[in-house]
Ligand binder design. Structure first.
Ligand code: PLP
Length: 437
């Protein structure tokens, strides 16, 4: 058993700095880095013994918290049976069970499941499906994608090409990315009434270009990493109508919103709509392993399968990994066997109350809550070098980005624990916006 202490932690950090890249990071400089040696429930344990209440669910995936006995048991049982087997020409119980379950719980006409390795790959798969579908129905000229600004769909090339063209660092690759069509950011607010002018630009783009558009992709109801913005079910319903009218497939990227995060099991349900293709990831395995899925309708699958080549052209080595699939099934069953809707509702209330004082702070542009998502939007970007350690000092794990200080906690967090998180967020924002002395 390894012995953990502050010195061990320092050694880990120093070795890490020598050899490892971190997400969206430079290998130069000394960005704050904290060694985690264990995690249990909603707590992360640092090498020096400190414990942090997790407000991030490990980038929105660990909805049941860490080290969950049910998910651990599923992992142990499967690893002792078969950790992996190729998926070409073979199938296995974890894949079949999970696919059935996903089809059961997602909106109605979605019937076929393609397992992918990560959210970004699930998006690549969705885009390829849309292109092959259009070829399959004799419309090979429909190669463009339509999306909205402010979106985030992942870091691979196809996914990047439909991310917000200005935000993030994807502009670094703009010379080699295909150019797609972008409509304005959806009108802000879950409860905002839809006005005809809100969808006029998208209607114009569709009227002008539909003969070359394969699909419209968006994150339903919540744009996540592109800005943590919410839009209304009415907007999404109108988008669905427009796509159907123009024979453009609707791809719902539910990688961040799926599995209850917004208060419905899938965000599309707020609007009562079904996409033609849906991407799932993140919370699919309860945050245990990397696995994603792209679901499509029978019509999409059949059109691709009867089209040129007679097959869908994608097939990763670790497709439908049995270990990940077994844990994913256990995670979905666990979610559905718990009062998740009530829990998310309670978290929503706690977030509303806890974050309300931020509205009165200078430099705060907006405070918004939907489901188990709480966001403070600032006028200026946060200084991570000071804000990140300040959160750790307060015993919570929050990782802001840009002008956003937000939380997406595990659903098992108690209101008291979540209040500690929101209090730390308010304190951090107050310090951030305090006039320099
Ligand atoms: N789509 C959405 C909506 C996301 O939020 C993310 C990740 O944040 C992705 C796709 C990419 O997923 P991954 O990081 O697993 O590749």
């Amino acid at each position: 058993m390894e012995h953990y202490d502050a010195a061990y932690g320092d050694e880990l950090v120093s070795l890490d700095r020598r050899h490892i890249w971190h997400p969206y990071a430079s290998t130069e400089g000394e960005a704050p880095l904290f060694p985690v040696v264990g995690a249990e429930g909603v707590r992360l344990r640092l090498a020096d013994g400190r414990e942090l209440i997790d407000g991030m669910s490990s980038w929105w995936a660990a909805i049941h918290g860490y080290n969950h006995p049910v998910l651990n048991a599923a992992a142990h049982a499967q690893v002792d049976t078969m950790a992996h087997v190729m998926f070409g020409g073979l199938t296995h119980p974890p894949a079949v069970r999970l696919a059935r379950r996903l089809v059961e719980i997602t909106p109605e006409p979605l019937a076929k499941v393609f397992f992918a390795d990560s959210g970004s790959v699930a998006v690549e798969v969705a885009l390829k499906m849309a292109l092959q579908y259009q070829r399959g129905r004799g419309r090979p000229e429909r190669t463009r994608l339509l999306t909205v600004r402010g979106g985030y769909h992942g870091d691979t090339f196809g996914a990047m090409s439909v991310c917000d063209p200005v935000g993030g660092m994807h502009h670094l690759f703009s010379d080699v990315l295909p150019t797609h069509l972008f409509a304005p950011i959806p009108p802000a607010g879950f409860e905002t009434e839809l006005r005809p002018e809100d969808t006029a630009p998208i209607e114009e783009l569709l009227d002008r270009h539909d003969s070359t558009i394969a699909a419209l992709i968006l994150e339903p109801i919540v744009q996540g990493a592109g800005g943590m913005r919410f839009h209304s079910p009415a907007y999404l319903r109108r988008i669905r109508e427009l796509c159907s009218q123009h024979h453009v497939l609707l791809i719902a990227d539910e990688i961040a919103t799926g599995f209850g995060r917004t208060g419905e099991l899938f965000a599309c349900e707020h609007a009562g709509v079904a996409p033609d293709i849906m991407c799932l990831g993140k919370a699919l395995t309860g945050g245990y392993l990397t696995m994603a899925a792209t679901l499509c309708t029978d019509e999409v699958a059949a059109t691709i399968s009867r089209g040129e080549g007679g097959a869908f052209m994608h097939g990763p080595t670790f497709m439908a990994n049995p270990l990940a699939a077994a844990i994913a099934s256990a995670s979905v069953d666990l979610l559905l066997s718990t009062p998740w809707r009530d829990r998310v509702g309670t978290l929503s209330e706690t977030l509303r109350t806890g974050l309300a004082p931020a509205r009165d702070l200078p430099g705060v542009l907006d405070v918004r809550v939907l489901g188990a998502i709480g966001v403070i939007e600032l006028a200026t970007p946060v200084d991570m070098a000071t804000m990140q350690p300040a959160f750790v000092e307060q015993g919570v794990w929050i990782r802001p980005f840009g002008r956003l200080v937000y939380t997406m906690p595990p659903y098992v967090i108690t209101p008291e624990e979540l209040t500690k998180v929101t209090t730390a967020m308010i304190d951090a924002v107050r310090t951030h916006t305090a006039p320099a002395t």
